[in-house]
Design a protein around this ligand. Structure first.
Ligand SMILES: Cc1cc2nc3c(=O)[nH]c(=O)nc-3n(C[C@H](O)[C@H](O)[C@H](O)COP(=O)(O)OP(=O)(O)OC[C@H]3O[C@@H](n4cnc5c(N)ncnc54)[C@H](O)[C@@H]3O)c2cc1C
Length: 450
């Protein structure tokens, strides 16, 4: 046997599993024809957050007077921003490569094909292994009529270095709204089309309402879908027909970006071997991440579950632990959601539809001292508890919400009630006080609530 474990795909699921398995003593190999780090590092989490950080700064600079700053001249081009992104991405991808090497993992920079549950072929080399972990990720879902040439997806939008004057974003989910924020901050006229009746439909309705209000500079068409597109190559534009709730809307746009979800990359060989799939079209796994084929495990976007890097890493680690003989099970409880718009959005807990009859506390960002020092005044935090005070759901729309939610998740994971949560001393002046005040508001005792 050449290896104890062969990992196919060096994205967050694959590299986490490989490093974890190697640390637990398994002889491990990993395969990826692309740069290590997967979609997350190269075309997903990291590029978007790099662009968004600059977009956030741009907003602050354009608001410089409020910060008592006299900024006379500033500019930002997409090509300089792309260069910054390439530098950040390249550093992190090299970091993944370094970690693989440091942990004595053999990196094959080629595609891998599964021959059977103990054999992998890569670049005509046949490699034998005790176990296989499939971590082949996902790809953008592009449905007709959008499956036409020159329509962007997240796969190629980060290669673009010329800013379009107008951009139609199809899909108002987390990725679509992050992209809307980026392009509109850079000066593009952005329109978002969302087929549900609100943007960010996976978040609480009040979040969609608040963000629709905040993002007034972006045209948002809800309950709408792209019906037809025509390329006007002379004008270098698309003519798009959008079916709205009442009438059709026709618009011209220089570019179109599709962000309507992703499809798991299930290797063809596994389909031929009859691997079981789940309702999302991903590879079905049990709680140990083993698939319906014994000895073959799967983790990350290929399982179709959540499609988030932090879930992928957790699944990868659970798979590695089981492959190494430590029985651990994957649980999907209290997985936070994060969206890096401005303000940021984060939530954790039971879905809001299950919380009818619960108690609720709310606190606005505008009443926080720290937010005022940051010239921020939009957003809120909302905490739901059961009638006995057990914390059930926390939603935050505020600066640094994505940082706060980890601690909120810990409180919910540990089954804390409001009194236990409030036994913590929250530092002042911080954005974290929004959680204290919202928790106090559940009891009707918030000090600073207007
Ligand atoms: C624009 C965008 C923004 C995002 N932002 C966030 C975010 O802020 N936070 C977050 O948690 N998630 C985010 N995501 C989702 C996140 O990127 C994915 O959930 C994550 O990358 C999944 O990791 P993975 O390891 O399962 O797969 P991937 O990262 O897709 O990696 C799979 C790897 O497998 C390789 N591969 C495929 N087939 C083979 C084969 N046969 N042989 C060898 N190698 C193969 C591919 O080359 C790829 O490198 C974002 C995604 C996008 C598109």
């Amino acid at each position: 046997m050449d290896y104890d474990l062969c990992v196919i795909g060096a994205g967050p699921a694959g590299y986490t599993a490989a490093i974890s398995a190697s640390k637990m003593g398994l002889k491990t190999a990993i395969f990826d024809a692309n740069t290590p780090g997967g979609v997350c590092t190269n075309r997903g989490c990291i590029p978007t957050k790099t662009y968004l950080e600059t977009a956030r700064l741009l907003k602050q600079v354009s608001n410089a007077k409020r910060f008592a700053l006299n900024v006379e001249r500033w500019s930002c081009t997409l090509s300089s921003l792309k260069k910054r992104k390439d530098r950040v991405v390249s550093r992190l991808a090299k970091g993944v490569e370094y970690l693989l090497k440091e942990n004595n993992i053999s990196l094959y920079t080629s595609l891998a094909e599964i021959i059977d549950r103990n054999t992998v072929r890569s670049d005509n080399e046949v490699i034998t292994t005790g176990t296989i972990l499939v971590a082949t990720g996902s790809r953008p879902k592009v449905m007709p009529p959008l499956d036409t040439e020159h329509v962007w997806t997240s796969d190629n939008v980060f290669d673009v270095d010329e800013l379009p004057s107008s951009l139609l974003i199809v899909g108002g989910g987390a990725i679509g709204m992050e992209m809307a924020e980026i392009f509109s901050a850079l000066g593009t006229e952005v329109t978002v089309v969302e087929h549900m009746d609100r943007i960010l439909p996976m978040e609480d309705p009040i979040v969609s309402e608040e963000m629709t209000n905040i993002l007034r500079h972006i045209t948002i068409l809800t309950s709408s879908r792209v019906d037809a597109i025509h390329t006007d190559s002379k004008a270098g534009e698309f003519e798009v027909s959008i079916k709205g709730p009442e009438d059709n809307v026709n618009l011209r746009t220089e570019k179109i970006l599709v962000s309507t979800g992703r499809i798991p990359n299930v290797p063809r060989e596994l389909l031929e071997m009859g691997i079981e799939l789940n309702a999302r079209g991903g590879i079905k796994t049990g709680p140990t991440m083993e698939t319906s084929i014994r000895g073959i495990y799967a983790a990350g976007d290929v399982t179709g579950e959540y499609m988030l890097a932090y879930v992928a890493m957790k699944q990868g680690k659970i798979a590695a632990e089981n492959i190494s003989g430590h029985r651990k099970t994957m649980d999907y409880d209290y997985i936070p959601s994060v969206i890096f718009t401005s303000p940021e959005i984060a939530s954790v807990g039971r879905p809001i539809e299950e919380l009818r009859g619960s108690k609720k506390g709310v606190f606005p960002v505008s009443a926080l001292g720290r937010a005022r020092t940051m010239e921020e005044n939009t957003g809120f935090a909302q905490i739901y508890t059961s009638s006995s005070g057990k914390m059930e759901r926390i939603t935050i729309v505020a600066p640094h919400a994505t940082e706060l939610i980890g601690w909120a998740a810990l409180a919910l994971r540990k089954g804390m009630n409001i009194d236990e949560f409030l036994s913590v001393t929250f530092p002042h002046p911080t954005i974290s006080e929004i959680l204290k005040e919202a928790a106090e508001d559940v009891l009707g005792l918030s000090i600073h609530k207007p």
